[in-house]
Design a protein around this ligand. Sequence first.
Ligand code: NAD
Length: 332
Amino acid sequence: MKVFVFSTQPYDRQFLEAANHTHGHELIFLEPRLVAETASLLTDAPVVCVFINDRLDEEVLKAIAARGVQLIAIRATGFNNVDLKTAKELGMTVVRVPAYSPYAVAEHAVALILTLNRKIYRAYNRVRDDNFALEGLMGFDLHGSTVGIVGTGKIGQCFAKIMQGFGCSLLAYDPYPNAECLKMGVQYVELSALLSASDIVSLHCPLTPENHYLINTESLAHLKRGAMLINTSRGGLMDTKAAIESIKTGQIGYLGIDVYEEEEALFFQDLSDTVIQDDTFQLLQSFPNVVITAHQAFFTRNALQSIAETTLASITDFARGRVCPNQISLDS
Ligand code: NAD
């Protein structure tokens, strides 16, 4: 099938082309994000393949439907960037990659924890400067700490296993407790209880209209003073301005994020020669106890291979009229 691939990075092309040997789709790679202004780049194709910062709102969906799109293949797990109601009204099918490597994201959350706790980012620069002093680099033992996991699906479960290996006590908040986590001894509590008892809080739930700004001024007031907050899920789960205020008062002791609510304008591009206009992001960057990565938690070769293979297999299922296991239900 003819597939327009938006937001193409060199690594997307590499892995999609390699996986396409067994599928034989006609892949047309485009670098821009799919937004209202770029929808006209798509010409008469049944399939569009998109990533997390492509914005498939009502306007874009109507524009691409008029150009023949019947299938939206999201090469990611989250689908908060697609207006599913409009997609349904337009008779479109939406597929995603429900699981590729939950390990990749869970391990990156742990990388942020270790980096922040042991101040690796500061130590690295100091040693390169021949500054071998330790003052200011003190961490704490993860062993014996309490870790609160918000969302215990595939990634949250992997994260729980890793943190249990460190000797942490595990709390969780999830409307649907995970049987495997319960077996491991994870204790499910309300969000406020999790926030007040945890030394480290890590977000692993999807972004939905209901949990937008789950971490806000009110919920941050429950946070144990000086705790570490990690977000590798979606930027919209955390009110960044509220988090900044909490960092200033010391309520948040450490912040590690791989996602940012306004990341669309920043991430996945080299802006090193540009003056960044986002003052909130720049302020966040300036704190010594904040580590930001630019949505790279998924970025392992294992994950990219799996994403490419699953995405193209879903397109093949669609082309052959088969039921696709990765189809998102548009009924709710
Ligand atoms: P999953 O569907 O397996 O699990 C999500 C869990 O969150 C479920 O158990 C669900 O019950 C729970 N949940 C839903 N709403 C909740 C809420 N308000 N509070 C607490 N728990 C809630 O999903 P997954 O594969 O574990 O992925 C989780 C999220 O990770 C994705 O939705 C995506 O946003 C994010 N993600 C980020 C990256 C990255 O590169 N940074 C990569 C992949 C996924």
